[in-house]
Design a protein around this ligand. Structure first.
Ligand SMILES: [Zn+2]
Length: 114
């Protein structure tokens, strides 16, 4: 088991929250909990490690929706009503990318939102 995996999942999601100025104390705390929970999960099932970063991003996204905000919003589509990005592959990995809900186009790798 590789501890750097969890560190980098945390950093990637934190970078994307910060990129959109949504690294609030509440969501950062959700992020910490999600990393801990997914780490426990991957320790039971080591093949799951490749899904961890994307799953953590989805956990934080779900928590943001529950709190009444959306993260991350698509900033790419012109003239479209407000819409979000989602992680593909849906399973969380491998190589998770943010994809626009409307256009279906990849916007950025996880951790690389601008
Ligand atoms: Zn879009």
């Amino acid at each position: 088991m590789d501890a750097s995996l969890y560190l980098s999942a945390r950093l990637q999601v934190l970078a994307d929250l910060s990129a959109r100025r949504q690294a609030t104390p509440d969501l950062v705390s959700v992020l910490e909990d999600a990393v801990a929970a997914r780490r426990w999960w991957a320790e039971q099932w080591p093949e799951g490690e490749i899904y961890v970063a994307g799953l953590v991003a989805q956990d934080v996204q779900d928590a943001a929706i529950d709190a009444g905000s959306r993260w991350p919003l698509c900033l790419t589509c012109p003239d479209a009503p407000e819409h979000a990005l989602h992680i593909e592959p849906d399973l969380g990995g491998p190589d998770p990318v943010w994809v626009c809900e409307e256009s279906g186009e990849a916007v950025a790798e996880l951790g690389r939102l601008s």
